[in-house]
Design a protein around this ligand. Structure first.
Ligand code: ANZ
Ligand code: ZN
Length: 906
């Protein structure tokens, strides 16, 4: 072995060695704490790209760290080998999907090994292996027996290019997620899994998971729980009725039309009766109402729903306001023991358009700033009251009305001057000043407030001058008319007028409809009309209907057929395999036919992590003992694209197994994380189709696997969903760093420190940052540490070995090689992780005496553990030292750590 750092040699050597000694196998009988670290398994696309490295090599850092920390880690890998991508690729190359897939797996397995990732390869799982899919089928039959798997005609997404059904989640902006073709809707008989039965549990159990908020939110939105009411509207001159689903039953008095799901905007000619107002309202059809949500029909409340507002404007339908804002004063809220007095009142915005300013009142005894405001007197109109208040409060005489600010606002505050609570119903007006002519303001008014003209900007920016009504008035003044969609107080709503929305929702639902909860989540369509998938283990019998294939006949093997191309008629290619299709019914023995659809790949990946715990088991999908030992998964690292598909499907699958008593916990993954994306040099997501991929094999040849791994760890925080640009120089920089570490070994004979503050700080930093997956920060800390060591000629073995141990998770091959070169016989990856000492984190200060030719000339203070080079440097700058050394050449320098420096000149 040469003295140069030669990754090509050492990486292959250690990979072989590790495989032979099996040091990364999860231990079967171990007293250590178990830690199950799962990464989403790849589909065998044929070639690893940098994205794969990012997905597997960076988590490997954490895995190696956990192992060195004394945990019994399970870090398995396998292949998600069934499915469209593999099949399409095989078709393009005119190959059999099986040959193509297994060829790729062999190739990728070697590539994965070249990463130096510490997978436990003895547990490899391949989903297209009959030993695996036997259990996929078995679980499906169990679900079928429980009614969780059922066949039904459904309007489904159909990709005309891939010629198969897609789940909603696989349709992105109306296009097939796989091939980008515009998806069409088709009615087909499909196998479904009743994920909707679990909607509520999938939602509420999120609370107990230690997952990032963003992932939980995405799942919540996807499940889309809405609590609301179902209300029936009668149809004029007809028996039939229309049911609507609404989350705002409090707005029913404002429902001026009904809309049913349809392909275009169209008046049906029918009239419905609004049960609350008993008025006849037109029935329309429009595309903005979805046929498969709620009841497929809505009540149109244009004053309070954005889409209804647009629709009413477009078709000239009446807009009736029935909810008004309810505001509570921030500075002076109502006081609970005091009585409440109701007032009808006005507020006026007086504007000076020449100066572009508005008038405000600054109250003297209260922390209020308001527009012009006051109560309406008996027999006085609202506008008359507004005009009177302007004159009384400001003295201005000539102004004109320019805008009325919509319906009233209900405002609650404590009127301290009257010692009572007020519930004022304000109407707002905007007046424009005609000239500056002013009359007298009474002394009484003057004692209440000062008047002041402010610009709109000042008004918006000054936080002190805001009363609770401001925002509503300004919104109505500046913005075009629009729906007001918040909750408030009911008006024009018969017996419910004056009631708050929350209460009215309940009361109105009780009177006119019933309470219901709706979910956006649909049942999961799992049948695919494609060849390369798990045959659905069902037999159709004319007498017995759909019958599950009994366990003893599983697996139902995917037959070898010549023509596996997808068909246009919506039937699976398996339907052409006559000999395979024709069977006898397991129940009555009569003539029957096999189901010819195959299962969606997301079914395969819904339980692979269970199989890893016991991959060779022939009698069960995994033994109870192994499941109990390893589950739940402690950490699951994956891609953001699986947040609402795989991560939701597999939670459902696990809950279904849990209900059947096959697993011990209702949630499979304790922690989940979505990693970031590596961008190409063109700042776009790296992908083959964009031609911007970095070939990791080439990079490994050029710089070594360790440099590549460590650069990927360095590229950005792994615990955040970010986009990190690939920088070719970055990887070169890391390689240089590794060379530096390599060379430091030549200087490890020194007497250097056994425990400098920097060592302890570095251990702490690297430990905490790997733990929280901020690998980039951990790498920085290692670089700083190595640079410090590099400044000294005397590095202690302790310092160097600590560096190697901290480096081992990142650069496992090099660390192992150096460890052995230092004379160790066992693997560095079996060492325990360095510990830091809290008390050593802060440097102790010592006084170092400085001598010239053996005579004390000066002293200085320095942190304990100061290195020799630094000590000389600091000491030589002292004035006394410079004076006594003068121009004489220094013959010798002596450093006694933490104590003394001596310069010898003669
Ligand atoms: C009247 C109303 C008044 C509504 C109002 C809102 C505000 P989420 O929260 O998403 O469940 N809606 C009901 N079924 C629909 C369908 N099939 N297609 C399109 N829109 C539908 O929303 C429920 C609200 O969305 C329902 O409440 C309904 O409009 C509309 F001031 O009813 B609402
Ligand atoms: Zn039968």
């Amino acid at each position: 072995m040469s003295n140069e750092y030669n990754p090509k040699e050492i990486e292959k050597k250690w990979q072989k060695e590790w495989e032979q000694s099996g040091i990364y196998r999860a231990e079967e009988d171990s007293k250590k704490e178990k830690y199950y670290f799962l990464v989403e398994f790849p589909y065998p696309s044929g070639n690893l790209h940098v994205g794969h490295w990012y997905a597997f090599a960076v988590p490997d850092v954490a895995v190696r760290f956990h192992r060195m920390r004394g945990r019994n880690v399970l870090y398995p890998i396998g292949f998600d080998a069934f499915g469209l991508p593999a099949e399409n690729a095989a078709i393009q190359r005119n190959l059999n999907p099986r040959e193509w897939t297994f060829g790729n797996i062999d190739y990728m397995r070697n590539q994965l090994k070249s990463m130096g990732a510490s997978f436990d390869w003895t547990r490899e799982v391949i989903t297209c292996d009959p030993e695996y899919y036997k259990w996929t089928q078995w679980m499906f039959t169990k679900f079928f027996e429980k009614g969780l798997a059922y066949q039904a005609e459904r309007e489904v997404n159909w990709c005309p290019k891939d010629k198969t059904v897609l789940a909603n989640e696989q349709v992105i902006n109306g296009k097939c997620e796989r091939c980008g073709t515009e998806v069409v809707l088709k009615n087909l008989l499909q196998w479904n899994l009743k994920i909707t039965d679990y909607a509520d549990r999938l939602l509420s159990d999120l609370d107990k998971l230690d997952w990032p908020k963003s992932i939980k939110e995405a799942q919540k939105n996807w499940i889309g729980k809405s609590e609301g009411a179902e209300i029936e509207f009668g149809i004029k001159n007809q028996e039939s009725r229309i049911k609507v689903f609404t989350t705002r039953p409090d707005t029913i008095f404002g429902a001026t039309f009904l809309v049913k799901a349809g392909k275009e905007d169209r008046f049906t000619g029918e009239y419905a009766i609004n049960p609350a107002t008993t008025q006849e309202i037109p029935v329309w059809e429009a595309e903005y109402v979805y046929s498969d949500y709620g009841t497929g029909a809505i009540m149109g409340v244009p004053a309070h729903d954005e889409r209804d507002f647009e629709f009413a404007k477009k078709h000239d339908l009446p807009i009736k306001e029935v909810i008004i804002p309810r505001l509570v004063d921030k500075y002076d809220p109502p006081v609970s023991e005091k009585k409440t007095v109701e007032r009808v009142a006005v507020q006026a915005l007086l504007i000076d358009s020449k100066k572009d300013k508005v008038l405000i009142l600054k109250w003297k005894k209260f922390p209020w700033t308001t527009f012009i405001t006051g109560g309406v007197e008996q027999d006085e109109s609202l506008q008359a009251a507004a005009k009177r208040e302007i004159k009384e409060e400001t003295g201005y005489k000539n102004f004109k009305l320019v805008k009325t600010l919509g319906g009233p606002i209900e405002s609650h505050f404590h009127a301290a001057h009257k010692n009572e609570n007020r519930k004022a119903t304000f109407t707002g007006f905007v007046y424009e000043l005609i000239d500056d002519e002013r009359g007298e303001i009474s002394n009484e008014e003057k004692s209440i407030h000062d008047i002041s003209w402010v610009s709109w900007k000042e008004l918006a920016e000054d936080k002190d001058i805001k009363c609770s009504e401001y925002e509503t008035w300004l919104d109505r003044y500046f913005n075009p008319p629009h729906a007001w969609t918040e909750q408030g107080v009911l008006i024009d709503s018969g017996e419910f007028s004056g009631m708050r929305s929350e209460e009215a929702c309940g009361k109105i639902t009780e009177k006119f409809g019933k309470k219901i909860t709706k979910y956006k989540l649909r049942d999961w369509v799992v049948s695919r009309q494609r060849y390369w998938g798990v045959p659905i283990p069902i037999i159709h019998c004319g007498k017995c209907g759909a019958v599950a294939v009994p366990e003893k006949d599983l697996p139902v093997l995917l037959p070898e057929i010549a023509d596996y191309l997808p068909r246009d008629d919506g039937k699976s290619p398996l339907s052409k395999a006559k000999n395979w299709v024709e069977v006898s019914c397991p129940k009555c023995g009569g003539r029957a036919e096999r189901e010819t659809d195959t299962l969606d790949t997301f079914v395969d990946s819904s339980w692979y992590f269970l199989r890893y715990t016991d991959p060779k088991n022939k009698n069960e999908f995994a033994s109870k003992k192994q499941l109990k030992k390893w589950l739940p998964v402690d950490f699951y690292s994956g891609g953001a694209e699986h947040t609402t598909m795989h991560a939701l499907y597999s939670r459902f699958w696990h809950k279904a197994l849990f209900n059947l008593g096959w697993v011990n916990e209702s949630e499979p993954y304790l922690r989940r994380m979505n990693r970031g994306l590596i961008m190409g040099l063109d700042a776009q997501k790296m992908s083959k189709s964009k031609g911007n991929v970095m070939d990791p094999d080439k990079e490994v040849k050029r710089l070594g696997a360790d440099a590549l791994r460590m650069y990927l760890a360095f590229i950005g925080p792994y615990n955040e969903v970010g986009a990190y640009p690939w920088n070719p120089n970055g990887a070169v920089g890391v390689r240089r760093f590794l060379e530096k570490v390599w060379k430091l070994r030549g200087r490890t004979l020194g007497t250097g420190s056994q425990g400098s503050t920097l060592i302890h700080k570095t251990i702490k930093n690297v430990t905490e940052n790997i733990e929280s997956l901020k690998m980039n920060t951990a790498v920085s800390a290692l670089m700083i540490y190595a640079n410090e060591l590099d400044k000294n000629s005397d590095i202690s073995l302790f310092e160097y070995e600590t560096l190697l141990k901290l480096l081992a998770p990142f650069a496992p091959h090099m660390a192992e090689e150096l460890w052995h070169l230092l004379g160790h016989n066992d693997s560095i990856h079996k060492e325990s992780w360095p510990q830091y000492d809290e008390t050593k984190l802060v440097s102790e200060v010592v006084t170092i005496v400085v001598q010239v030719n053996g005579r004390v000339r000066d002293k200085f203070k320095a942190p304990s553990g100061l290195k020799e080079a630094e000590a000389f440097e600091l000491a030589s700058k002292l004035p006394e030292v410079q004076k006594w050394v003068g121009n004489k050449p220094v013959q010798n320098r002596i450093y006694v750590a933490n104590k003394l420096v001596n310069f010898v000149t003669s």
